[in-house]
Design a protein around this ligand. Structure first.
Ligand SMILES: [Zn+2]
Ligand SMILES: [Zn+2]
Length: 649
């Protein structure tokens, strides 16, 4: 018999050689119907895999990321089969699943493959899928594998196989099609009910431009037609909300190849937006007892050798900066933490000085390959809303709770209402992997779980996901299109206090080691603005938006009255702008809508003689003519309602 441990830590015994699918059936028939993939002892396997040793099992359905990956990996096999059907002389290379779907890299030889070929491939793909063939793994010897692809004259697969060890090589068969494969499939092709080829692109064999150029065919597949329709709809909506497109339309930021790839330039409107976000968080942090500090964008190489960041970011990132004095070597800073450790070290501290919370909107620089750069969400220089909390082990609990309050305040003020938390703890079976005292880990892990419970977070615990230097809590936020983003990490760190030899004097004048917490509710200003743009489609919460009211006059004669209204609004701290250009009102309204300005005030003969304004709200009904004071009450209430008050206990 073998002992199988389930995710809820319950244990059941099964005969040796029991298949994964039969283990699923032992739980429930319903589950077994939906299970499409599994892992055993953290290795991906299949529903037909027979188990011969004790281990931990996880069963995956389409709703799990692992289930989707198996689904898309298997779909790549069907795509390869279909391509081979139409292009028998093509050479297949590799075809992995990716975050959304899968691709296959193919050498089409003299044949041309383009988007025009998509429909015939999609139709045949579904025909093959409907035949409902099982995916069957088989082990082969290296010689067998080599001779299979020698017959096909496929130099790519031959190269892959020559790098593999005899005894570790397997193929996956379905229908009459075989492909070199390590495994990880759904049970059969019939589960795939919908396919869409998305794109063709050039790709070099093994990513090296010295190698042959291949054709990469991207696709995505689903177990229901409806899911494909929803996905394509989402892609359309996401295109509309792409932060790069909105950033350009709203004149928030730009890029210049002369300045350098991945280095955003913030335009006046974007800078105003960013400043407002910064002040919003700084105000809350001040209330929460943070102290603002500033530090330079570079630091000596030694600093980052001490912190360990040189090891991580040194050779593979921006290269060190040399000065005319040969003994000096600097680096663009990849993280703010080392600087803050040295601020902690600048004078002797006692337990009475803790917690010490140092905050800085600190710009950091990290090299990203040019192909990885993406608008504001992947850049080479970005500003972290960073803070480091230095505290005693006993204070971790209250600091965690306060930081969660701050993060939730940020989410609420910016309209992120759908989120859950992930608590990453040690792997209990591998305690040697982690630095820091056992007792401190226990205190911190308990503090995180207690905080999550007390704040009534919807959270899940992942064992073994902690960093080697401490446990953490991450928030996963869903945006308006249902996409998840990781925001607001709170990380415990036992490592940097060691490396920088940080100490404080305890009650009995003994030297003690503080615990360090890293936290950044926004993450980085760049990535956060990107997420916010895509979440709101550019309609920011009214407290944040640059122009809250656009005043439109219907002709020259009303300019004075328009200026008077502008003045009154500004005196009430409402951000307004007067459009007194000699343009038609229709055009002014359209432009104001394009700029996503929440309120428009229209001023003509009636309004001037009645001493009133006519109000239009974007995306809503006409509010009609009203006294200015009335309008001020309405907009102030809206601003007040959308930004909750922040109180720290
Ligand atoms: Zn496979
Ligand atoms: Zn840090």
């Amino acid at each position: 018999m073998i002992k199988v441990v389930f995710p809820d830590q319950s244990i059941k015994e099964f005969e040796k050689g029991t298949k994964v699918i039969d283990i699923a059936k032992s739980i429930s028939e319903g589950l077994a119907r939906n299970v499409i993939s599994a892992s055993y002892n953290n290795e991906i396997c299949e529903t037909e895999t027979k188990l011969y040793s004790d281990g931990e099992i996880k069963l995956y359905t389409w709703d799990d990321n692992e289930g989707k990956q198996a689904f898309w990996h298997s779909s790549a096999h069907i795509l390869a089969q279909t391509i081979k059907f139409y292009y028998p002389n093509c050479k297949l290379t590799i075809g992995p699943s990716i975050e959304n779907g899968f691709y296959y890299d193919v050498d089409f030889g003299d044949d041309i493959f383009s988007e025009k070929d998509f429909p015939k491939i999609e139709n045949k793909f579904l025909e093959f899928a409907r035949e409902n063939h099982q995916f069957v793994m088989k082990s082969v010897t290296k010689d067998e594998a080599l001779s299979f692809y020698k017959k096909e004259n496929n130099k790519y697969k031959l190269e892959l196989i020559s790098g593999l060890e005899d005894g570790s090589i397997s193929f996956c068969d379905h229908s009459n099609f075989s492909d070199l494969c390590k495994g990880g499939h759904i049970p059969s092709t019939g589960i795939v009910k919908a396919i869409k080829l998305l794109n063709v692109a050039g790709a070099y064999w093994r990513g090296d431009e010295k190698n042959s150029q291949l054709t990469r065919v991207y696709g995505i597949s689903f177990p229901k037609q409806k899911l494909l329709t929803e996905y394509l709809d989402l892609v359309e909506k996401a295109k509309e909300r792409d932060h790069r497109k909105l950033g350009k339309e709203l004149e928030l930021f730009t890029f210049s190849n002369k300045v350098g790839q991945g280095l955003p330039l913030w335009l006046p409107k974007g800078t105003e937006l960013r400043d407002r976000l910064q002040h919003f968080l700084e105000d809350a942090q001040k209330k929460a007892g943070y102290k603002k500090v500033m530090s330079p964008h570079i630091g000596s190489k030694e600093l980052y050798v001490t912190s360990g960041h040189y090891e991580k970011y040194g050779e593979d990132s921006f290269q060190p900066i040399l000065t005319p004095n040969e003994s000096e070597v600097f680096m663009l800073r990849p993280m703010n933490c080392p600087h803050h450790c040295e601020i902690f070290n600048s004078k002797p501290l006692s337990y009475r000085d803790l917690p010490l919370r140092l905050a800085e909107f600190g710009t950091v620089y990290r090299y990203e390959q040019s192909g990885e750069l993406h608008g504001l969400s992947r850049v080479r220089g970005f500003t972290v809303d960073d803070a480091h909390i230095f505290c005693t082990p006993e204070q971790v609990d209250s600091e965690f709770k306060n930081t969660i309050d701050l993060v939730l305040y940020v989410f609420k003020s910016l309209g992120f209402n759908d989120y859950y938390a992930q608590v990453s703890l040690r792997d209990p079976n591998n305690p040697d992997k982690y630095i820091g005292l056992d007792t401190n880990w226990e205190i911190a892990e308990k503090a995180i779980i207690d905080s999550a419970n007390e704040k009534e977070l919807n959270y899940k615990v992942e064992y073994g996901e902690a960093a080697f230097y401490g446990p953490k809590l991450d928030f996963m936020v869903k945006d308006a299109l249902g996409r998840s983003w990781q925001l607001g990490t709170i990380q415990v760190d036992y490592n940097l206090p060691e490396r920088f030899d940080l100490t404080y004097k305890g009650n009995n004048n003994e030297d003690l080691r503080p615990v360090m917490l890293h936290r950044a509710p926004f993450g980085s200003m760049e990535r956060f603005v990107a997420i916010l743009l895509e979440h709101t489609g550019g309609f920011f919460p009214i407290w944040l938006t640059t122009t809250q009211v656009e005043i439109l006059i219907v002709g020259e004669n009303f300019k004075n009255y328009g200026e008077k209204v502008l003045n009154i609004l500004e005196n009430n701290e409402i951000r307004a702008h007067l459009d007194d250009r000699n343009e038609t009102v229709g055009k002014k309204i359209r432009e104001s809508e394009l700029n996503k300005i929440p309120y428009m005030i229209i001023i003509g003969e009636n309004e001037m003689s009645n001493n009133t304004v006519s109000v239009r709200k974007h995306h809503a009904e006409d509010l009609g003519e009203m006294e200015i004071e009335n309008f001020i009450d309405i907009i102030k209430k809206e601003i007040f309602d959308c930004i909750p008050s922040f109180n720290i206990n």
